[in-house]
Design a binder for this molecule. Sequence first.
Ligand code: NAD
Length: 260
Amino acid sequence: MLKGRKAIVTGSTSGIGLGIARALAAEGVSVMLNGFGDAGAIETLRADLAKEFGVEVAYNAADLSKAVECEALVADAEARLGGLDILVNNAGIQHVSPVEDFPADRWDAVIAINMSSVFHTTRKALPGMKARGWGRIINVASVHGLVGSANKSAYVAAKHGVIGLTKVVALENAETAITCNAICPGWVLTPLVQAQIDTRAKNEGISVAEAGRALLLEKQPSARFTSVEQLGALAVFLAGEAAANITGTALPVDGGWLAR
Ligand code: NAD
């Protein structure tokens, strides 16, 4: 059913976004990649994905901290892929610090990239989805959209905001064939989390392996990381026909984090 659909996955040069882009491409979806990184490495990634799955794969370097670049990303995907059916808002950054030490510019950057970009891309994508009569908006939020953790004020605020926006977009389009849902991962071992493990190992004078296990045990009862492949499979499910009446939800994939 997804074959021939067209998708944007923001922040797909790495981690969860790349896992979702791969999973969609494997279903025959044309994909617009986005995110930062070495230009040569991104081109190799783009060409390899296109070859492996026989779909069109494009790349746009939009900096999602800027509204105009979010909007241009959607316009570019519509022009180059010939439409936009699936919008995956995944790009995100983290900054860890107590509120009183939290730099104001880091607050602004986290809110812009993790939350406001979701509004800007969604606003631009909806008219085309409505005109074509079908759409899927999948926001990669976090368990931190449903519960707080110390030292992550901007991230927790932004992710709660994304879940609120998800509900409103779902309601505004409830009678159409457009759905909007949020995926809420707990710990996934990506560069974003590896940086937190490395900092912990350094601060506590323990090995990186010990720091990884300590980080998991604190919050995620399964003591296992979720994989990007598991999140890719969930995005494919949400994009498919079986999920046509699932909208406005925030789906935890958290090894029991929220069960405690
Ligand atoms: P990651 O650091 O591996 O990837 C982040 C991606 O976003 C990269 O492609 C990066 O280039 C891109 N990006 C960053 N700033 C950008 C900007 N200004 N404009 C465009 N692209 C930008 O991180 P990840 O762990 O894969 O995180 C992806 C999403 O999943 C984020 O929204 C994150 O909050 C969320 N998340 C991650 C975890 C986890 O445990 N890793 C858990 C819950 C939620």
